[in-house]
Unconditional design. Structure first.
Length: 284
């Protein structure tokens, strides 16, 4: 008899928002997942509901995020590994979520299996690998090669000494594509439009240091900027030297950032819905 669900999604409570986003993408891809938030019935024993979900799923995905394993998360993994020992064709897929930095915490039996790693939740290459793992088929050529959107650069000279609005719109689309499935670069390019020897669209500075996609940038006082990334950090940059002055680490990918009017407070929003306020001091 065919399983009731294609895959059981095992995860910690801290990773539930990220896992639910991926579950929605799986449904759109034609995969039927078991997610506790969606399938456990209020008023019933949730332990038996999890047991039934594992039993009735054709595969199991073990998500591991920045917080590592939760207690019931670990129990689900042990049940899945026991089933995998008895049924070699039962897929158990470890998935590393953005922010995971503790490879030593992956149990040895789980680490023996091929895993999927998400640089960020928009990582289409990793999602393709996840779907193939659930379906038990090879991902094919190109898996593991990131498709990074090229940086926008325009070398045309503006007519009559001004920059047409359409040029700004092209830059905006390159930095913040309307197609949210596009991958962005883990570097911050700061570009200005100049007339003269440097030409139009001269790149003044490229700041590198983030290890995942950069989601937002805010200029603080004209001399410094702060960037937010899926690697879980905020970085305050000196725009003249390109040196990171302050690195603030969160426990989740950071999707938005802004500065206060006096530029002393940095406000950041992460994927879990939390808003963080930082009072930072940069050494002169």
């Amino acid at each position: 008899m065919a399983p009731l669900y294609d895959v059981f999604l095992s995860h910690s409570t801290a990773d539930k928002p990220a896992v639910e986003k991926l579950a929605q993408k799986l449904v759109a891809a034609g995969i039927t997942p078991f997610l506790d938030k969606w399938h456990l019935i209020p008023g019933r024993l949730w332990q038996s509901g999890l047991e039934a979900g594992l039993r009735d799923s054709g595969a199991c995905v073990i998500f591991v995020g920045a917080e590592g394993f939760g207690p019931w998360h670990r129990q689900e993994m042990l049940v899945a590994l026991d089933r995998g020992a008895r049924d070699p064709d039962y897929p158990i897929i470890p998935v590393l979520l953005p922010g995971f930095r503790k490879p030593a915490e992956i149990p040895a039996f789980l680490a023996q299996r091929g895993w999927v790693e998400f640089a960020d939740l928009k990582d289409e290459d990793a999602f393709h690998g996840l779907v193939c793992g659930i379906q038990g088929k090879p991902p094919g050529p190109g898996f593991g090669i990131s498709a990074v959107s090229p940086a926008y650069r325009c070398m045309a000279q503006p007519a009559e000494g001004f920059i047409h609005r359409s040029e700004y719109e092209k830059v905006l689309e390159a930095l913040c594509p309307k197609d949210r499935t596009a991958r962005s670069s883990p570097s911050v390019g700061i570009t200005t439009a100049l007339r003269g020897a440097g030409g139009f669209g001269k790149t003044l500075q490229t700041l590198e240091g983030h290890t995942a996609s950069v989601n937002a940038v805010a200029v603080l006082d004209g001399r410094r900027a702060v960037s937010a990334s899926d690697d879980g950090t905020l970085r305050v940059w000196d725009l003249e030297s390109g040196v990171p002055l302050v690195v603030m680490t969160l426990d989740a990918p950071v999707w938005a950032v802004a500065g206060s009017p006096d530029d002393r407070i940095v406000v950041a929003g992460d994927w879990s819905g939390r808003v963080h306020f930082f009072d930072w001091v940069v050494p002169e």
